[in-house]
Design a protein around this ligand. Structure first.
Ligand SMILES: Nc1nc2c(c(=O)[nH]1)N[C@H]1C(S)=C(S)[C@@H](COP(=O)(O)O)O[C@H]1N2
Ligand SMILES: [Mo]
Length: 384
């Protein structure tokens, strides 16, 4: 079964309403929520879920104040003095490390894009459940911290180990599970050791804000955002695959397999391009030269090209890729469109190709449930 994306329509009224909701929350004694929401669209007040207005995309590095926030529970306000991270489970030498200890270890900085696996789901037709993200549950930041591999080496992973679980300090009631469930995700041992995973304490050169995981979070390059566990407190090495709520019920998709589809944890980012400007519903001047711009990204590979159609997919032209790039970052692109003289409407589409000339899919695959939206998303504009 394929689903088509509905053309994006302007929902600025709704956005206005959500902004007001945020201000109302701020007025009832939540000044922090409002400060963090500056320039961001509020999708949920509690737990706090904020989206970047993607039309505001201006730079390769997303300013921290503009970086989306995706929370499942109230944000824990951890005391950096008392904070400890334990490395436990199938290791010869379990230990705890505090923030001072972590800061003394060799540090690394890398640019990594995070995209929520639910990004763009508001554009699906029929609608699906979950936070109604449009284009802005994605950002590209510079993260600094200690490689997860360093701590695993120190702990001496036992030969039978298969996965590493990252657990956050936040939690609550989820689904039909009794009691409290912490936010946790696992990584295959191989990815944990060699995948460039960071235990980050800085974002864009400053300590993490509470919303982005203060004092320390995981940053898992090339994977959807749910793997980058915030407010990290435990690293658990296991000899069995982990089937926690956030990778077996939530953040899982149906993978075709013998005997029927099998629910599989979401991992790698999918190849895609998004148009930042013009935005859906915008009016463009007939006969003008209009710049179309956006970003494109993928998981482990590289974006090789972006193509743009201004006639609903009948013809395609190469976009210009901007120079700045990094392995796990997005690539900004633009294309100058000679807008026709004729008044009417136009359907803009962007598509990304990777280094093996693979292209993002044209149609929605319903096996992805309410996640991993990476098919072509048309943007309708008016020409006047
Ligand atoms: N502890 C914890 N980590 C978490 C989450 C969470 O709710 N709790 N949300 C995850 C999801 S789904 C995403 S997309 C990213 C978002 O990171 P950000 O809020 O810094 O943008 O954090 C991930 N890490
Ligand atoms: Mo997410």
């Amino acid at each position: 079964m394929n689903r088509r994306a509905s053309p994006q329509t302007d929902r600025s009224n709704r956005r206005g309403f959500l902004r007001l909701t945020a201000l109302a929350a701020a007025a009832c004694g939540e000044p922090r929520a409002q400060a963090a929401a500056e320039g961001l669209i509020v999708r949920e007040v509690q737990p706090k879920n904020l989206e970047m207005p993607f039309s505001a995309l201006r730079s390769f590095i997303t300013p921290s104040e503009q970086f989306y926030v995706r929370n499942h529970f109230p944000e824990p306000n951890l005391d950096p003095q008392g904070w400890k991270l334990s490395v436990e489970g199938a290791v010869e030498r379990p230990f705890e490390i505090n923030l001072e200890g972590l800061l003394r270890l060799p540090q690394r900085t890398q640019t990594v894009l995070l995209e929520c696996a639910g990004n763009n789901r508001a554009l699906l037709d029929p609608p699906v459940k979950g936070v109604q993200w449009r284009l802005g549950a994605v950002g590209n930041a510079r993260w600094s911290g200690v490689p997860l591999a360093t701590l695993l080496e120190w702990a001496r992973v036992r030969p039978g180990a298969v996965e590493v679980i990252l657990e956050g300090a936040d939690g609550g009631q989820v689904g039909d599970l009794p009691g409290r469930t912490a936010f946790a995700r696992s990584l295959p041992l191989e990815k944990a050791r060699r995948g460039g995973v960071l235990l980050a304490h800085e974002m864009n050169g400053k300590p993490l804000t509470i919303s982005h995981g203060f004092p320390v979070r995981g940053v898992v390059p090339g994977w959807y955002g749910m793997a980058s566990v915030k407010w990290l407190t435990r690293i658990i090495v296991t000899e069995q695959p982990f089937h926690g709520f956030f990778q077996s019920i939530d953040y899982a998709y149906w993978r075709p397999s013998p005997g029927g589809r099998t629910l599989t944890p979401i991992t790698q980012l999918q190849l895609k391009a998004q148009i930042a400007r013009p935005s859906a519903g915008e009016t463009i001047r007939a006969g003008s030269l209009q710049r179309i711009s956006g970003a494109a990204w993928t998981g482990d590979g590289a974006v090789e090209a972006v193509e743009v159609s201004t006639d609903g997919g009948r013809s395609w032209s190469r976009a210009r890729l901007q120079r700045e790039q990094a392995q796990y970052a997005w690539r900004l692109w633009d294309y100058d469109w000679a807008v026709p003289q004729a008044v009417g409407s136009a359907t803009l589409i962007a598509r990304a190709l990777d280094e093996e000339r693979r292209m993002q899919p044209a149609e929605r695959d319903a096996n992805r449930r309410n996640y991993m939206v990476s098919h072509l998303l048309p943007v309708q504009v008016r020409v006047r």
